[in-house]
Design a protein around this ligand. Structure first.
Ligand code: ADP
Ligand code: MG
Length: 644
């Protein structure tokens, strides 16, 4: 008896469904893509219970004829491509002909459709992919698809679903992507009967961004645009100051298709190089247009990945578009083309002072100095700030790693502690340096010295504070240099960790409301249980908005949104790590932020407490693994001075 048999179409559909229909959000994405492909001017998405019990997508598109309705649900049935050649230039969002088959195989579907010219429409019912009824029916022009009881016949998949809130938040993100990639279509999103978004469909990206991402987001955007012979990048990017704690506000579209692309992500982030601190990510909505044949969209069943035939060109087009927007905003560094290399000198070159000095200069047109033609043809290289941008390396090495905490050797105090104030901030009436990345040593002031008598009792003497960062302490025959921030971070972290068994939290008198991206909101909601264990109490407050009602004891509340974003980023990265490690990681964030803040008022008692803990050996490494102190012995010094 032969062992190999062809699968039944239903089994094949179920397998395909596993890839295409991962969760309610994927159903919404596929249905909306069909509506947009059908030429709809407006699309309404409604979900109930996170989309698990009901999803309804209604459009005013071209509708389907009675003959076509059943075919539409067959696997590999499509009206969008007919021949092999069509595959080379796909102009529609769909083309694989498997979405409706996949969706209907794992749910109960009701379709109501009418072609605009037809007198009568059709109603079709399917259950687990099998037709149960078909009849003529009155219907508005266009198509409505109801998807009920998703995964009712695949309990294994159902188990993977998160709570309703998390699922609806994922649907929200999918809708936002569609709305931003198609501002010419009016998109309305209702969740459990409540309207969350409604874009006007006026064709303006800014309107769509305003309606979906909020005013704050839409107002802080810089326009991006760069056209070359083969590609065009348009859209918006954020001022460096509006950057976020993770990447969930980065949107990329290629020919109107929402994509995930490390390449484009790297292009944008490279453009911000030197103007963003480690751990901050630009916000952007970027649409890259190119010849349909220059991009392969048939890479993955969900069609979220694409392959560019010319990666370098895609990278460059986006890189220079963003760079141009930033230069226009901040005033350009001087552009000089010399011996085949393009160099940005002046303001942009000086890492530490980019923002400050750049802002003082007048606006200018970056692209006047270098033509798209020139940099594409390779006549000019890609050297910025004297450093070569190796886009391949960036992509290959996995840009992701940047999200990880920086390796000890790479840490530079100014970047790691952007908000740390100038020395003597407390003593000088609270004068602090703005968090602009400038880290001038000129403002250095005398450290608060601890009275000698007191110091004797403690057997150590604080000599002073240097470079904003290091406390110098003398004890016995040694001098200790203590990284103040690192030590403080460690102390707070240990304290928070100790509280884990017995969490101590602060109840907030008035809840702190934070507007987050849909993705961040979802991540937080998915992990509420863990966060509650750490002392948080978080509620939903509105579309993509959360209310913090309680936070861990020492959490700094000056930037709650930043903290939540960072936590969300870590939770997403964490994926498969155990809860314990995850919890520690979140406490790092809380401790780190609090330490920065606490640094602003380095009271003498606080410093001596810190020194005490470090010298007693209780604190050796910061939560990131960097050492917090260094010892220089008299013997070492004497040897250096040739005294010994
Ligand atoms: P694909 O989009 O890849 O063609 P689908 O399974 O998503 O595959 O859809 C199958 C076909 O059903 C489409 O090619 C289209 O002809 C038709 N169709 C689906 N949704 C709609 C809609 N909202 N309006 C009109 N036609 C639709
Ligand atoms: Mg489709």
């Amino acid at each position: 008896m032969p062992k190999i048999r062809e699968m039944s179409p239903h089994l094949a559909d179920l397998i395909a469904a596993g890839e295409v229909v991962e969760r309610p959000a994927s159903v919404v994405k596929e249905l909306c893509e069909n509506s947009i492909d059908a030429g709809a001017k407006s699309v309404t998405v409604e979900i109930k219970n996170g989309g698990m019990t009901e999803i309804r997508v209604t459009d005013d598109g071209c509708g389907m004829s009675p003959e076509d309705v059943e075919t539409a649900f067959l696997r590999h049935a499509t009206s969008k491509i007919y021949s092999e050649r069509d595959l080379e230039a796909i102009a529609t969002l769909g083309f694989r002909g498997e979405a409706l088959a996949a969706i209907s195989s794992v749910s109960r579907v009701e379709l109501l459709t009418r072609e605009p010219g037809a007198g009568e429409g059709t109603r079709l019912l399917l259950e687990a992919g099998v037709k149960t009824d078909k009849a003529p029916a009155g219907a508005p022009a266009g198509t409505t698809i109801y998807v009920r009881d998703l995964f009712f016949n695949t309990p294994a998949r159902q188990k993977f679903m998160k709570n309703d809130r998390a699922e609806s938040s994922a649907v929200g993100v999918a809708v936002v992507r569609l709305a931003l990639s198609h501002p010419e279509v009016s998109i309305r999103y209702l969740r459990d009967g409540r309207e969350e978004y409604h874009t006007p469909g006026d064709g303006r990206l800014q309107s769509a961004a305003y309606c979906t991402l909020g005013r704050e987001f839409a107002m802080g955007l810089l326009e991006v645009s760069n056209k070359t012979d083969t590609m065009e990048a348009t859209g918006y990017t954020s001022t460096p100051g509006a950057a976020r704690g993770n990447r969930s506000w980065q949107f990329f579209f290629v020919n109107g298709r929402a994509v995930k692309s490390k390449l484009l992500q790297a292009a944008v982030e490279q453009a911000y190089k030197n103007s963003l601190f480690t751990g901050r990510f630009p916000v952007c909505v970027i649409n890259l247009k190119m010849n349909l044949s220059a991009v392969d969209v048939n890479v993955h069943p969900t069609k979220m990945e694409v392959r560019f035939s010319d990666e370098r060109a895609a990278f460059d087009t986006v890189y220079w578009a963003v760079r141009g927007a930033l230069e226009r905003e901040d005033g350009p560094g001087e552009l000089k083309i010399s011996q085949g290399t393009l160099k940005v000198t002046g303001a942009a070159q000086n890492t530490g002072s980019f923002q400050k000095s750049a802002a003082a200069k007048p606006r200018g047109d970056f692209f006047k100095s270098v033509s798209a033609e020139d940099y594409r043809s390779g006549k000019v290289g890609h050297v910025v700030s004297g450093e070569k941008i190796e886009f391949r390396d960036v992509v290959k090495s996995g840009y992701q790693t940047k999200l990880d905490l920086p390796a000890p050797s790479k840490i530079k105090a100014p970047e790691a502690y952007p908000e740390y104030p100038a020395p003597g901030a407390a003593g000088e009436g609270g004068k602090t340096h703005a968090a602009s990345g400038t880290w001038a040593a000129d403002g250095a002031s005398e450290a608060e010295e601890i009275p000698a008598a007191e110091a004797e009792v403690r057997e150590w003497r604080m000599v002073g504070e240097a470079l904003n960062t290091y406390i110098i302490v003398e004890r016995g025959d040694s001098i200790f240099l203590i990284d103040k921030h690192a030590a403080h971070e460690r102390i707070l972290f240990d304290k928070l960790k100790a509280q884990k068994r017995e969490p101590s939290a602060q109840m907030l008198l008035t809840p702190v409301v934070c507007a987050l991206s849909g993705e961040d909101e979802r991540t937080i909601l998915e992990n509420l249980e863990l966060l509650e264990k750490l002392g948080f109490e978080i509620d939903e407050f509105g579309p993509s908005t959360l209310a913090l009602r309680q936070v861990p004891m020492d959490m700094d509340l000056s930037d709650p949104r930043g903290t939540l974003e960072e936590i969300a980023g870590k939770l997403r990265l964490g994926g498969k790590r155990d809860v314990e490690a995850m919890g520690d990681d979140i406490l790092h964030t809380v401790a780190c932020k609090a330490a920065i803040k606490a640094g602003k008022r380095s009271e003498p008692e606080e410093l001596s407490d810190l020194i005490e803990k470090v010298l007693s050996g209780a604190v050796r490494y910061c939560p990131h693994g960097r050492p917090v102190s260094m010892e220089l012995t008299k013997y070492q010094l004497d040897r250096s001075f040739k005294r010994a």
